[in-house]
Write a protein that binds this ligand. Structure first.
Ligand code: GFB
Length: 319
């Protein structure tokens, strides 16, 4: 471990109740960190600049993991563009700026692979950022994430502070959103097939042809741990498995794992989104990090979590 970091280093995880933030907190605990700072959104609304500044002034975290975000699947992104651009720009600007002003040494900003152009050559290398138009269903979210990456890059360039970004591919795992209106595809399919057992038909969105890459959130959390004690050579890193699968293949895999035997119907009035989104992971591979979960094991783990927790899952509305 880097000599400047010890198990007592104050580390603030913004967004610790979400899928990503909760996985980061679990990983920090596994690795023995004892001074992890968290705040619920009721205690601290990160969209509020003064509240955010006050929190940083009082607590002065040395390391900040910025996992708080307004997130959602393809329909939520398409239908609530203002919340996606406003809430993300507001909260990430407040956290990055407060961390900078109150002396945080290191900040990791977590983004998304949708920052790259819709038609970027596959697999998408970090250098394809800002080389073409974005996918229209999520350009609002993507622009906020690009702005966050650029803010961190500007602070590092101008002030030499270790602020940098990780750009994960489509994530899934425990604490994901299983609300069928606002969720991403993988939790939606787990829920749809599980609830339709054993043989009721299941309706899925789009054509099934788009290709997506899926990373278990605990693997992303281990990437965060990797970057706690090394100076990143670059300002941002893709985080993925380097393998993708069509939505149709994903649906057949989840159908097999859940034991569903009914028919699948495709509602082509729903959008497909970007045709393919596979990350080039050569840059992060050089740090020594690599994912541990196979897609099958990750889906099984997430299904087990869903079955255990489904009775008290909340609906997730965009407000
Ligand atoms: O995961 P998803 O909502 O978002 O959808 P994106 C991926 C693909 O799965 C699309 C199809 O082609 C959907 O049409 N799909 C099939 C379904 N059935 C379903 C279903 O029941 N629910 C959902 N949600 N999809 C998001 C972005 O894009 O990816 C975000 O909108 C973010 O900004 C995130 O970047 C990682 O992969 O298309």
């Amino acid at each position: 471990m880097n000599k400047d970091i010890s198990v007592n280093t104050p580390i603030y995880v913004a967004g610790h109740r979400g899928m990503v933030g909760s996985a980061v907190v679990r990983a920090l605990e596994r690795h023995g960190f004892t001074n992890v700072l968290t705040q619920t959104s009721a205690e601290l609304d990160l969209r509020n600049q003064q509240q955010t500044m006050d929190f940083f002034e009082k607590n002065r975290p040395q390391i900040v993991i910025l996992a708080a975000a307004r997130v959602g699947g393809i329909l939520a992104n398409r239908d609530y563009p203002y919340q996606f651009i406003h809430d993300n720009l507001a909260l990430q600007t407040n956290v990055i700026n407060a961390a900078y002003h109150h002396g945080a040494e290191r900040l990791m900003f977590l983004g998304s692979s949708c920052i790259y152009p819709r038609e970027a050559p596959q697999p998408m290398h970090e250098d394809s950022l800002l080389t073409g138009p974005l996918e229209s269903t999520n350009e609002w979210y993507a622009i906020a994430k690009i702005a966050g990456l650029k803010m961190c890059q500007a602070i590092r360039k101008q002030h030499g502070r270790c602020f940098f970004s990780l750009m994960p591919t489509n994530l899934y795992g425990p604490n994901d959103n299983f609300d069928l209106e606002t969720s991403h595809v993988l939790p939606a399919l787990i829920r749809k097939f599980h609830e339709a057992l054993p043989d009721k038909d299941v309706e899925l969105w789009g054509s099934g042809k788009p290709q997506r890459e899926f990373l278990h959130v605990d693997d992303l959390a281990e990437a965060v741990i990797t970057f706690l004690d090394q100076t990143p050579e670059f300002d941002y890193y893709n985080v993925g498995t380097g393998k993708d699968i069509s939505i149709k293949e994903l649906s057949e895999l989840i159908q097999e794992i859940t034991g569903h035997e009914g028919a699948i119907k495709w509602d082509t009035s729903k959008p497909d989104g970007t045709p393919r989104k596979l990350l080039d992971v050569s840059r992060i591979s050089k740090t020594g990090w690599q994912p541990r979960y196979s897609l099958r094991d990750g889906i099984q783990n997430t299904l087990d979590w869903f079955i255990k927790n489904k009775t008290h899952l909340k609906e997730v509305h965009i407000e």
